[in-house]
Structure formats: C-alpha cells, structure tokens
Design a binder for this molecule. Structure first.
Ligand code: HEC
Length: 156
C-alpha cells in the first residue's frame, strides 16, 4: 500500500538521518522536504533520496526563478525542464549548459528559444545533484544517474 510505503520510506529516511546526522548535519533540514517528495521518488535508495533533497535545494536557490516550480519555464523566454526532449536526448549538452551556461538558439519540444542562461558557478557535485533532481521531478524519469565524475568529464 502506498501509505505504508511512504511511511516506511520516511521512517528509513529518518533512521538514515539519525545514522548520518553526525557526519552530515546539513542533511537534516532537507528531511522534512523529502518527506513530501517521497511520492515521486518511491523506489529509490536512501543515498539517492538525500542527493535529490540537495538537488531540490539547489533548484530552489538557482533555477526556480527562470524554469519555475513546476519546471515548465515560460514559453517565451525560458525552456521547460518538465518533459524536455533536450534534457532526455542531449544529456551531455544539458550537463554542459548547467555547468557553463547556455546561450544561442535551441529547440526544446519543437519550440525555439534564443536566450541566455548564465553560468551559476556550481561545483561538479552540485551540478550532478541538481541534474538528478530535475531528471526525476514532475513527469521526468531518468534511467541513468548523473555522477560527479560524469560532470567532471564534461569540458568547456
Ligand atoms: C536566468 C534564468 C535561468 C536560470 C537561473 C537557469 N536557467 Fe536554465 N535555461 C535558461 C535559458 C534562457 C535557457 C535556454 C538558453 C538558450 O536559449 O540557449 C536554459 C536552458 C536550460 C536547459 C536546456 C534546455 C532544456 O530546457 O532542457 C537546462 C537543462 C537548464 N536550463 C537547466 C537549468 C538548471 C538545472 C538551472 C539551475 C541550476 C537553471 N537552468 C537555471 C534560463 C535559466
């Protein structure tokens, strides 16, 4: 049952926090947020949930003002991330865009955008976390996790 799943998932997460609390105190504030996000990310391991909790924070701090809380962007200026074919088909380019910024004409879901996303100065780990968050949010579902090493391998 979903509720049972949610409940045990959250319990596990709390246990995890308790367990890792000492080494990673910054994880704890995210715990509450993850609690309500568990519905979308039910079947994943503890470690991944923590990563995405951090990805969510990065998204809120750095991305939300342009791409929106619902990931739908704004048709005229900011491309969508929810359901974006760019994100699914151009994995390396997407990582590159988040790592170094992106400007010039691009086609996302057959819509043309020609604008600028500034580089945000995120670390490789932060880029990986936020990528995994956007690739697993809204209607998005990724099949391969973005690792810090993969981000490190994407050169300007
Ligand atoms: C100042 C506004 C702004 C911010 C902040 C911003 N973006 Fe963007 N983003 C854009 C624009 C504009 C484009 C398209 C650029 C172009 O036309 O070449 C874009 C393109 C993208 C793309 C590729 C196209 C797509 O829709 O799939 C991804 C992925 C992306 N952004 C993710 C992010 C993430 C993740 C963050 C936060 C870490 C972020 N963006 C922050 C404006 C922004």
């Amino acid at each position: 049952m979903l509720t049972t799943k949610l409940f045990s998932g959250f319990g596990l997460f709390l246990l995890g926090c308790f367990y890792f609390g000492k080494q990673m105190p910054h994880v704890i504030p995210g715990a509450v947020k993850v609690g309500d996000g568990v519905t979308e990310i039910n079947e994943i391991s503890q470690g991944e949930q923590e990563k995405w909790a951090q990805g969510k924070e990065i998204y809120t701090d750095f991305c939300i003002q342009c791409h929106g809380a619902n990931g739908k962007g704004d048709v005229n200026n900011f491309p969508p991330l929810d359901g974006s074919d760019w994100l699914t088909k151009k994995r390396a380019e997407s990582i590159h865009a988040v790592k170094y910024g992106q400007s010039g004409e691009i086609l996302v879901n057959k819509m043309k955008f020609n604008n600028t996303m500034p580089p945000m100065g995120l670390s490789n780990k932060e880029v990986a976390d936020v990528m995994n968050y956007i690739m697993n949010s809204w209607s998005n579902k990724q099949d391969k996790i973005v690792t810090e090493e993969e981000v490190a391998g994407i050169k300007e």
